[in-house]
Design a binder for this molecule. Sequence first.
Ligand SMILES: C[S@@+](CC[C@H](N)C(=O)[O-])C[C@H]1O[C@@H](n2cnc3c(N)ncnc32)[C@H](O)[C@@H]1O
Length: 226
Amino acid sequence: MAKRKLQRFAENATFNHFFQPLWEELAAGFPLRGKWNSDFFGNDNPVIIEMGCGKGEYTVDLSDKYPERNFIGIDKKGARMWRGAKTSIEDNRKNVAFVRTRAENICMVFGPGEIDEIWITFPEPQPNSPRHSKRFTSPEFISRYRKLLKPGGIIHLKTDSDLFYTYTLEVINESGHELLYSNNDLYANPTDPEVKDVIDVQTHYEKIWLAQGLTIKYLRFRLKEE
Ligand SMILES: C[S@@+](CC[C@H](N)C(=O)[O-])C[C@H]1O[C@@H](n2cnc3c(N)ncnc32)[C@H](O)[C@@H]1O
């Protein structure tokens, strides 16, 4: 394994806001599950998670923009996450944490109703996934989000992928969720007040795709009450 990657793994292990529980530890009961605010952040602020945070810049930049909210980035790739974890320490941000785990494990990381909002940022489209169950907006993932979100909690999606955007709109329509806003070319009218807040902070991949001239799609929705 590359030396730099090993150095990042080693440094991640020293960060007190970086968690990488083993499966056995999750199965035995992750200590912060249901207690993120009381036992880690030490406040009652809203908790927002980013699924597939990659380098974590979006999580860190949102935490800077909204100091009265708590942000947790989730990804399976520790060497990438190191960037956001390191920056948030250098910036002395107290409202950020990272969990290195597979996204499928989130119900073992967070307790029922613990999350206020979920950001899904430039997820892998998973075109060949059987029944698309690996897609972060599949019915399988939505049922996980339902367990974690507070009533009325919001899910945001930013993507460059037509496939993922269209697929998510279909999931929302077919399941009767409440589409709050959708835009298939987010940067076409950047001064639109509805848009400005969403493009104010950009993810690593968002910057790359924008530089290549790709269109960015965005939607947000609320789950149908059961
Ligand atoms: C295209 S990158 C986007 C990164 C970041 N959100 C951005 O916009 O810059 C997708 C990320 O999702 C993560 N990912 C994909 N499947 C995952 C899974 N099942 N569990 C956790 N992370 C996953 C990858 O490791 C990768 O960092």
